[in-house]
Each structure stands twice: as C-alpha cells, then as structure tokens.
Design a protein around this ligand. Sequence first.
Ligand code: C2G
Length: 131
Amino acid sequence: MKRIITFGTFDVLHVGHIRILQRAKALGDHLTVGVSTDALNFSKKSKMTVYPEDQRLEIIRSICWVDDVFLEHSLELKGEYIKQFDADVLVMGDDWVGRFDEFKTLCDVVYLPRTEGISTTMTLEEIRQSA
Ligand code: C2G
C-alpha cells in the first residue's frame, strides 16, 4: 500500500483545497492530512483562521479521499510526522516548492501545481466587498 501525506490549514475550504487532496490521493492508496493548528497558522500567516482547528479537522476528515487526519503543531515536526504515519510520498502545493526537499531522504517529495484564481484570502476579500 502506497501512503501519501500532505499538510495545510484548509481554512474556508474551496475547490483548490479539494483538488489538491484529490490529486494527492490519486498518487497512492491511503491519504493522511496534517491540518495546521490555529497557533501554527498564526505563526505562519500572522492572522487567525476563520474556522477553528477542531472544525477544520472535522471538515477535512469528511472528504471522501481522506483516510486519516491529525493536527500539525509545528513545521519542524514534518520529518517526525512522515515517519509516524509511514508516508511514502509527501505532497505539497507548488507555493512550497523546494521548502521540503530535505525530506527526500525519508520519502518522495512531490509539489503539485496550485489551482489558479482561487484562495481563502481572495474569497474573504470578495465577501468583505459584497457585505
Ligand atoms: N492550494 C492549492 N490551490 C489553491 C490554494 C491552495 O493547490 N488555490 C493548496 C496549497 O498549495 C496547499 C494546500 O492547498 O498544499 C493547503 O493550502 P493552505 O490551507 O493555504 O495551507 P498552508 O497554510 O500553505 O499550510 O506544513 C505546511 C503547511 O501546513 C501548509
């Protein structure tokens, strides 16, 4: 069985998130998703998520391509998570290209193209403008 792992905040879920999870799952048989904690997201982006971590975890768990979820507490623990979940492939969007190449000693590392024209930031801005 080929095991895939990927990570993300997945706040205000949109089709870009869905497609990367679908494409990640298509690379193997089992998909584990690390969902950033609220604290990790704040440290990465200096802003709070709209949905708290327990809700983001529940939403990602409910997606049909996702087999397992956990909370990602730190970027520094990525190697430990890869080992813990016995991953053969780490998948990330290409906004992270090169950032996780150090893990090529543990598993394959694949960067998939992001879906163009959509992001949580853009969606929130559109909601603000139309309110
Ligand atoms: N994504 C995508 N297309 C978009 C937006 C996002 O393919 N239009 C992908 C990103 O490249 C990422 C995943 O969806 O692989 C989750 O995106 P975010 O929620 O923005 O996650 P991020 O904050 O980048 O967290 O350990 C690394 C982090 O946890 C990644």
